[in-house]
Design a protein around this ligand. Structure first.
Ligand SMILES: [Zn+2]
Ligand SMILES: [Zn+2]
Length: 450
């Protein structure tokens, strides 16, 4: 068995992948990776590498300006002129990764294209991966900002029927990250990349806790890979805020590594815990209200600070079986349903459907989880101590970059913060710290401290 978590990025891409004692075979579909200053000039090589001759290029008006136009010129000069689809916002303040945008790409599709080139950050990359899945064409991503860790993941964060959902597909076949272009991105996008990564302390911690409580799949080597990505990024966080291209490069490598970890695990679990659910629910509330949500990574950074504070409370908690059983016995499903309807509005039926499948409010399932929590409480405390950094150290690292740290900093109300925390366990069947606190009958008390 190889310690793949210690290998450099290019070695992780080997086509035969890695056999692992967790029972899964780990590999990524990425064949070509270029992260460097001036990497945009490697686009022709990337296109040829995936067997392409004519890319279908996806961008929006911002990413066209940041890199799309130059990419078009470079490709055209090399006999690889792309067909361009420029996505536009429709009824929302920005382009959403939803049915409308994916439909726009399908309807604008040029059948002479033999690969997909997404130019941008999270939204373009997510749409490119989805269209690549349905068209069976290989995808290339030209990243314009180090704003999230989805470049190399095998999933897209999509809006499906107004619900933020993870849809699985494949890691892009080629990833081109030009650190000069990325360093020139708006500062908010640089902060967002850091926000999406500080989250990983919590994601990995909650993955281990979920494994203990629910028996969910867990791979210690993938968790280590994620820790390496995190280490890379935390070491460069200060330079990122100065737009130092070398620091931006190190952060870009960390973001790709994080995506590889997700691709290896075949799930988004190693990269997302409660901190991400604050963001998912704020996004859903914005869609419902027709207002503009902040960048994914910015919201996730704020969610990380909130979740770090929640864990300070978990560390001091003495769990009580009596309190937990009383909370379960008092559970009123009609009142719960009316809360779902109040918070989610038009999207409530989809959220109620999720519980029908998951059945996490079922008292028998609760009883089983509760026993595992109570038996494993020392182990849970040990996991927290091993995975989470010192709160003040982490907040200090974030603060020195100037990034937003609190819901108020990004215009989120106290009510939306409390609702996001309480409802986080309802929008997907995923076990997180909020699930743990619900199981222990503590969630309402913790919500009061937010
Ligand atoms: Zn494994
Ligand atoms: Zn994320």
């Amino acid at each position: 068995m190889e310690n793949f978590e210690l290998l450099p990025l290019n070695d992780l891409m080997r086509p035969e992948g890695f056999a692992c004692e967790c029972g899964r075979h780990h590999s990524v579909d990425c064949k070509y990776l270029s992260i460097r200053r001036g990497a945009i000039n490697d686009l022709p090589e990337a296109v040829k590498n995936v067997g392409g001759t004519k890319p279908l290029m996806l961008c929006d008006k911002n990413t066209w300006q940041a890199a799309g136009q130059r990419a078009f010129e470079i490709l055209s000069a090399n006999g690889l002129a792309p067909t361009v689809i420029t996505l536009r916002e429709h009824g929302f303040p920005k382009v959403e990764p939803d049915e409308y945008s994916l439909g726009t790409i399908a309807m604008g599709f040029d059948p002479s294209c033999d690969c997909v080139l997404a130019v941008g950050g999270g939204v373009m990359n997510d749409l490119g991966k989805m269209f690549s899945l349905v068209s069976h064409l290989p995808q290339i991503i030209l990243g314009t900002a180090p704003s999230m860790d989805g470049f190399a993941s095998n999933s897209s964060s999509m809006v499906v029927n107004n619900v933020k959902s993870t849809l699985y597909n494949a890691c892009p076949a080629a990833i081109v990250l030009d650190t000069d272009i990325m360093a020139a991105a708006p500062m908010r996008m640089l902060w967002a990349g850091l926000g999406d990564m500080v989250a990983k302390y919590i994601s990995v911690c909650e993955w281990r806790i979920a494994h203990l409580v629910t028996g969910e799949y867990y791979c210690p080597r993938v968790a280590s890979l994620m820790r390496s990505a995190l280490k890379k990024i935390m070491a460069s966080s200060e330079g990122l805020a100065r737009r130092d291209p070398d620091s931006v490069g190190a952060v870009a490598e960390g973001l790709v590594l994080s995506g590889f970890a997700m691709s290896f695990a075949q799930i988004s679990r190693p990269a997302s815990g409660l901190e991400h659910y604050f963001s998912h629910i704020w996004d859903m509330l914005s869609l419902e209200r027709g207002t503009e949500a902040d960048l994914h990574g910015i919201q996730v950074g704020v969610g990380t600070v909130l979740t770090m504070d929640i864990y300070e409370g978990v560390k001091a908690l003495k769990p009580s079986r009596e309190k937990a059983l009383k909370h379960m016995a008092a559970f009123d499903s009609a009142a719960w349903e009316s809360e779902i309807r109040r918070v989610f509005g038009k999207t409530a039926p989809q959220v109620l459907e999720i519980e029908k499948k998951a059945g996490k409010n079922d008292p028998q399932k609760h009883a089983k989880r509760l026993e595992r929590i109570l038996d494993g409480w020392d182990e849970i405390q040990r996991i927290i101590a091993e995975e989470l950094p010192d709160r003040d150290w982490l907040l200090g690292k974030m603060r020195e970059t100037g990034m937003p740290m609190t819901p108020t900093d990004i215009g989120i109300s106290h009510e939306d913060t409390v609702d996001a925390f309480l409802r986080s366990r309802d929008i997907r069947d995923k076990y997180m710290s909020s699930s743990l606190l619900w199981d222990l009958g503590e969630i309402e008390d913790f919500a009061k401290r937010l």
